[in-house]
Design a protein. Structure first.
Ligand SMILES: [Zn+2]
Length: 282
């Protein structure tokens, strides 16, 4: 393990990410059609024949078949391998960012904390995509990502060198509980629901993955990003909808902002805090 150079690990993590992307393709196809994710196994949507494993390999399968199904020669959309490749790049980026970037691709990856950060970044980067897509479209955050993040954070905390199990547990409770309290107060003040419970669970997951400090920073940066985007968006939307009574118009869900801010805070949250302390507080 210790002899394996960085470039090799990057290819391995590209492969992991592409597999996750392949799974996303299955979800995107099956969920809206009400088909179970596990049964039946991969089959051609047109002639219903089973797809052999070798053609199911992410990206490679599509290139192998030159974009046409093996059974009935129907074209397969290029969207599928592109999605897999993008997820592959995110997977490789998880490791590449954890080693601190750099141009020496033949160096060895030795430190255990690199693996802890890689696992966290892998979850954050590959989780960000479904949070953005699903929250934007359906205005909800799936529990498999938010509650799953709490479970993943606690598990990753067992890898030495990163967030400790105690920090992980405190992170989930304090970040999730704090945001819940904030939302509860805002609801009382504004007399309408101010914060979805999905956001609370998502931030609790970020607390478990990154600890309290980075989770709080994620919340602050996400709120600032949200204001930057929502104010002009709201103005345009309200101008467009002048006269119409739609209450929903101009509303953007908060989840995507949290999901975008989280990986940045995971990498640079501590630097940001140091800068803040140095220049603002001193
Ligand atoms: Zn077919």
């Amino acid at each position: 393990m210790e002899e394996i150079p960085l470039w090799y690990w990057l290819i391995v993590f590209f492969g992991f990410g592409a597999c996750v992307g392949s799974f996303y393709n299955v979800i995107v196809y099956r969920m809206p059609r009400g088909i179970s994710l596990i049964k039946p196994p991969s089959h051609c949507p047109i002639c219903k024949k089973r797809i052999p494993l070798r053609y199911n390999l992410p990206i490679v399968g599509w290139i192998w078949l030159r974009g046409k199904s093996a059974c009935c020669k129907q074209p397969i959309s290029v969207i599928y391998p592109i999605g897999e490749a993008l997820c592959g790049l995110l997977g490789a980026l998880a490791l590449y960012s954890a080693v601190g970037f750099g141009t020496d691709f033949s160096r060895r990856v030795l430190k255990p904390e690199v693996w802890a950060t890689t696992a966290t970044m892998f979850w954050l980067l590959l989780g960000a995509y479904p949070v953005c897509a699903i929250d934007y479209k359906y205005k909800l955050i799936p529990d498999s990502i938010s509650v799953g993040g709490i479970v993943a954070g606690l598990l990753i905390s067992l890898i030495p060198g990163g967030v400790t199990p105690l920090q992980s547990l405190c992170g989930a409770v304090v970040a999730g509980g704090g945001l819940y309290l904030l939302g509860w107060m805002a609801t009382k003040l504004l007399k309408k629901e101010a914060m979805g419970f999905g956001d609370v669970k998502l931030l609790a997951g970020y607390g478990a993955l990154m600890g309290v400090t980075c989770a709080v920073e994620t919340l602050i940066v996400a709120a600032l990003l949200g204001i930057l985007v929502m104010v002009p968006y709201g103005m345009i939307a309200s101008r467009k909808n002048k006269g119409s009574q739609s209450e929903e118009s101009g509303q953007i869900p908060f989840g995507p902002f949290l999901a975008v801010a989280a990986p940045f805070m995971c990498l640079w949250g501590n630097d940001l805090l140091n800068l803040y302390v140095k220049y603002i507080l001193e």
